[in-house]
Design a protein around this ligand. Structure first.
Ligand code: SF4
Ligand code: F3S
Length: 107
């Protein structure tokens, strides 16, 4: 099992999740964070602190977010680790909850 970051993180990247994670398994891209599935210990500490409510247990993923499991696995093997929170992206509040953000994912 693992937890998965989904679409509403894109262009928000609040990073509160990073400080909550006891095993530093978040990885950072330009406008999205992902979780390394082999490092996540399924503690559920990150889910409640995400202001965008973007994190799900893999078994609880909404049907339309299923592809984010593979995306987290793929990108966590490419992107650098992030271990400290930082300021959200500019306009994070405006993008929070917007539909169709996957098209804005930067790799
Ligand atoms: Fe880190 Fe726990 Fe969240 Fe997994 S469930 S990403 S170990 S805080
Ligand atoms: Fe993204 Fe939520 Fe973390 S918006 S960076 S998953 S706190």
């Amino acid at each position: 099992m693992t937890f998965v970051v989904t679409e509403n993180c894109i262009k928000c990247k609040y990073t509160d999740c990073v400080d909550a994670c006891p095993v530093d398994c978040f990885y950072e891209g330009p406008n999205f964070l992902v979780i390394h599935p082999d490092e996540c210990i399924d503690c559920d500490a990150c889910t409640p602190v995400c202001p965008a409510k973007a994190i799900y247990r893999d078994t609880d993923l909404p049907v339309n977010m299923g592809h984010f499991l593979e995306l987290n696995e793929e990108l966590s093997r490419q992107w650098p680790s992030i271990t400290d929170s930082k300021n959200p992206l500019a306009d994070a509040a405006a993008w929070d909850g917007m539909a169709g953000k996957l098209t804005h994912l930067e790799r």
